[in-house]
Structures are given as C-alpha cells and as structure tokens.
Design a protein around this ligand. Structure first.
Ligand code: FES
Length: 174
C-alpha cells in the first residue's frame, strides 16, 4: 500500500500541516463554494430561459395571450424618435410610447411615402402631407391618417389594423 505524504503528524513539517479543525473548515469552505456555483449556474440558466422571459427583459412583460394584430418585430427595432413604414401603416415610438397609424392616404387611397426624419409623410399621388402623428399638413387630403391599436409584450410590437384608437393613444415600451 502506498503511503501518502504527510499522512501522520510526525512526517508533516510544522508550517505545512493542517489540524483536523483546519481541514474540516477548509472542506466546509469548499462545500459553500460549490453551493454558490450551483446557485449562480441556476440564475444564469434562468436568464437564458424561454422566449417570453427574454422578451420581458427586452420589452416589458411577457404575453399572457397572443395579442391581436401582426407581430411587427422587436421593440429594439423601433428606437425612440423614429418612424417606420411597415405594410400599410407607420409605426413609431415617442417619449410616451409606441403608436401606429395608417399609411393609406385619406384623399384617394394611395400609399404615402416612407416617413422622413421628423416623421412627416408625403403622398405622391396628389401632394398631400401628414405630420408624424398622421395629421394633415397639406391637402388635398382633409382627414388625418387613422391610428391603430398597438400592443407591446414579449419584447415585440403588435399592430392591430382592425382596432382604431385615438391619435393620442400610446403604448408604453414596457
Ligand atoms: S391619394 Fe394622396 S393626395 Fe390624393
């Protein structure tokens, strides 16, 4: 049988020996360290959890149910102070939250151009202009672009063209 070095107190140099109490203390420390690692690993695992959990980190609460309308992408794809034309509407985010309004000109139904930096849009058919909230800046259109319901959950922005809302309605980012 192989003899371990420093197995007895007689073979252990005084400055390299550990008492029984020191050994037990060291083992307790190792156990505590192992438990901490387990806890950290568990937290990290939770952080990379389900898609809805990730969404909650990116854009507020997870979706309890799938919202009405169309998923138009992540909250992050609509930075504050920007307007994007998507399908037949325009999605934007201002200081109060997200909103969406029709991109179909109220004069005769042409699609307006993509918004410029200030959010205003132009209809090339007959020259109408609308501001960044859909109000008429210049005719011949006489009626503002109607707003649609927006839902933000699970880190995504949903627009429901079938539900009209006030032009002042905003949906917080989360
Ligand atoms: S359809 Fe837009 S200005 Fe006439």
């Amino acid at each position: 049988m192989r003899k371990l070095p420093f197995a007895s107190s007689t073979e252990c140099p005084p400055d390299a020996c550990m008492t029984r109490r020191q050994i037990l203390g060291a083992l307790a420390g190792l156990t505590a360290a192992a438990c901490s690692s387990t806890t950290v690993a568990h937290v990290e695992s939770d952080g990379g959890g389900s898609a809805s959990d990730a969404g909650a980190e990116e854009g507020g609460t997870a979706c309890a149910v799938t919202p009405a309308g169309t998923n138009e992408g992540t909250v992050a794809s609509y930075p504050l102070g920007t307007w994007k034309k998507k399908n037949s509407y325009i999605i934007a985010q201002d200081a109060m939250g997200f909103f969406a309004f029709s991109a179909i000109c109220t004069h005769s139904g042409c699609l307006v151009n993509a918004p410029i930096a200030d959010g205003s849009t132009f209809c090339a058919c007959h020259g109408s202009k609308f501001d960044g909230n859909g109000a008429v800046l210049q005719g011949p259109a006489q009626t503002p672009l109607p707003h649609y319901a927006v839902t933000v959950c699970g880190g995504a922005v949903y627009v429901d063209e079938n539900t009209g809302v006030s032009a002042t309605a905003r949906t917080p980012a989360g």
